[in-house]
Design a protein around this ligand. Sequence first.
Ligand code: MG
Length: 158
Amino acid sequence: MDIRVGLGHDTHRLKQGKPLVIGGIAIVHDCGPDSHSDGDVLFHALTDALLGAVAAGDIGEWFPDNDPQWKDADSVVFLQKAKEEIERRGYAIVNVDCTVFAETPKLKPYKKRITSNLSEVLQLDRDNINVKAKTGEKVGPIGLGEAIAADAVILVQK
Ligand code: MG
C-alpha cells in the first residue's frame, strides 16, 4: 500500500474589524486575520498538509502572499488546487485530522458546519474528517486573543 502523510500549520495575527473565516465558514467575531488572502488558517494548514504529503513544497511557493492575484482570495482555491495536485500524482485522501486554536469565540458551535464544508470541498466522507478546537489557556499570542492558528494532518493513498 502506497501511503504518505502530510503535516500543515498556519498562524495569523488578528486585527479588529476584519472578517473571520475558518474552514470556509464565516465566524461571528469582532476581529479577523491580518492577511493577504482571506486568511483562513484551517484551509491554509490543510493546503500545506496536502502539498506536504506528496512532497510538493508549501503554500507560500504555490500562492505567494505578494502576488496581487491572491489579494483577498477565497482560500478554498488553494485547497482545491492542492487537492488537484495530489490527484494529478495519483493520490487520494484517506483521512484528515485538524485542530483550530482560538481563545475566542468558542468554535464548538461551528465544528459540524466546518466538517460538512470540508467534506464537500475535499469530496471526502465526514467519517474521515475530524475537526478539533482548542483555546490557548489565556497565555501566549493565541491565549491573549492576538492570533489564531491551525494544525492539520492528512493521509493520502495511491
Ligand atoms: Mg496563512
